[in-house]
Ligand binder design. Structure first.
Ligand code: URP
Ligand code: ZN
Ligand code: ZN
Ligand code: ZN
Length: 477
């Protein structure tokens, strides 16, 4: 038969269009978009009448089974993490192969393949994390790895075991420019954090809440500005990850208005949480400790505006899964630990799309085509997976989410499929949810429950992304 599957009668939505069409799928790819495709031509029919059919989400920033230096252990590996993502309408994830200082980058990537092989329910690519940009890394390992399909990497301006100094950042940016890789940067000023941490601790201010005060918006703003300046000096595009609020947004908007290729990413926590959430009783506030921290309501509003106006291209979860009631999780140093000993990060793979849909599309803050751009299409373009991933088009992978735009639900951690023992969004009322998720034409989740198989998910090689090209590219320098 011409098709393995036809998805009939749905409202197809991409980052550009919306139209009623049937989708014909063969061997995992979209091979036909049309009206009235004949049932007889397909092995299987799914009736999507009344549903919206969108590209499956791409979670371009999440942490799975990432080795931690301090004894903490991530709650999710590729098995539980991708299972959870699939149930939330996501069909590809891009977690991080992190280099430890002193380790070769190649070893970090090889290790991460061992951690992911045979475990994923959905497709996955890797970003690298470069923490030790030695001569060998810059001259040999990075160019080779970029060539092999690892065309993006993250660098850090903070965390003692991860951070690069400005000179190291310049070296790495120059390499990215030469090789056409996309640089992601964690922009917070390490010395501001260290200074404030000492100050707060010396006054006995050690509750989880003070994490938010120690990671100040001013330190984030300064680092964001510095990152942009270093990228401008080298003339290379850059993406600022997990932007928390107004101050950093102003810097990114300023850069963009000057024609720089600076991209921005934000996450659900910066829309839904504030620093006040770190003040929950006792140690409960640790559940919302992440970096940068959530800010205030004015910042939430600024983040919405930046999503609306196009300052942000990417909406990721930054899923960094640590169990709350666990000596390898948030209670690594007990439930009285000072804020700076609490593992950073919150879960969000499964709730990312439903939250942005309910709070953004249903409440008419963003258009549904922008929802698709933010949750899938732009990440595919920025990380070299487009048009195989991130859209619904002839020849693209049949990565789809069938969405019920009216269905009401309440977020309950017991209903989620990660291995974290809490969600910061417990009790949140949502409108709209995924009814079925297909990865390369295969149903990986239905009615919010997993239906796929571990090991089905394939590793994706990323091409050198067009958005990573420097401004001078066309002129040949
Ligand atoms: O607190 C966070 N975001 N932890 C994850 C690591 C990172 O910097 O993205
Ligand atoms: Zn980060
Ligand atoms: Zn992260
Ligand atoms: Zn201390």
């Amino acid at each position: 038969k011409a098709f393995d599957l036809i998805i009939k009668n749905g409202l197809v939505i991409t980052a550009a269009d919306r139209y009623h069409a049937d989708i014909g799928i063969k061997d995992g790819t979209v091979v036909a978009l049309g009206q009235g495709l004949a049932d007889a031509d397909a092995e299987q029919i799914v009736d999507a009448d009344g549903l919206w059919v969108m590209p499956g989400g791409i979670d371009a920033h999440c942490h799975l089974d990432q080795p931690m230096g301090d004894g903490a252990v991530m709650a999710d590996d590729f098995y539980t993490g991708t299972r959870s993502a699939a149930c939330g309408g996501t069909t590809s994830v891009i977690p991080f192969a992190a280099q430890q200082k002193g380790q070769s980058l190649r070893a970090a990537v090889d290790d991460y393949h061992r951690r992911s092989d045979g475990k994923a329910f959905i497709d996955y690519a890797f970003h690298m994390i470069v923490t030790d940009p030695t001569e060998t890394v810059l001259k040999e390992e990075l160019p080779a790895l970029i060539d092999e399909g690892y065309s993006s990497f993250k660098i850090y301006m903070t965390y003692d075991d991860l951070k690069l100094n400005d000179r190291e950042i310049l070296n790495v940016l120059a390499l990215a420019r030469r090789e056409g890789a996309m640089v992601m940067i964690h922009a917070e000023n390490a010395d501001c954090i260290a200074y404030l941490t000492e100050l707060l601790e010396s006054c006995g201010k050690t509750d989880p809440y003070y994490h938010a005060e120690s990671h100040s918006a001013i330190g984030e703003r300064e680092a964001t500005h510095r990152a942009i300046s270093l990228a401008e000096l080298i003339d290379v595009p850059m993406l600022i990850v997990h932007v928390s609020g107004r101050e950093a947004i102003e810097q990114i908007r300023w850069a963009q208005s000057r024609g720089l290729r600076v991209y921005g990413e934000t996450c659900p926590q910066y829309l839904m949480l504030t620093a006040e959430d770190l003040k929950l009783d006792g140690f409960e506030g640790a559940k919302c400790v992440c970096s940068p921290p959530p800010r205030d309501e004015a910042s939430q509003e600024a983040v919405w505006q930046a999503l609306e106006s196009g300052v942000f291209q990417v909406f990721s979860s930054d899923h960094a899964p640590f169990r709350f009631d666990d000596p390898r999780g948030k209670k690594l140093h007990g439930d009285k630990a000072a804020f700076h000993h609490i593992p950073n990060g919150i879960p969000g793979l499964e709730t990312r799309l439903p939250i942005l849909f309910s709070e953004g599309v249903v409440k008419e803050r963003i258009d549904v085509t922008r929802f698709v751009a933010l949750t899938a299409t732009n990440a595919a373009k920025i990380y070299g997976l487009y048009p195989r991933k991130g859209t619904i088009a002839i020849g693209s992978d049949a990565d789809l989410v069938l969405w019920d735009a009216a269905r009401k639900s309440t977020v309950r951690n017991v209903d989620l499929h990660h291995d974290v023992d809490y969600t910061p969004y417990e009790g949140l009322e949502l409108t709209g949810s995924p009814v079925m998720t297909l990865c390369r034409g295969s149903v990986v989740s239905a009615q919010g429950e997993p239906t796929g198989q571990a090991g089905y998910g394939q590793f994706l090689k990323c091409e050198r992304p067009q958005p990573a090209r420097p401004r001078g590219f066309a002129k040949g320098f």
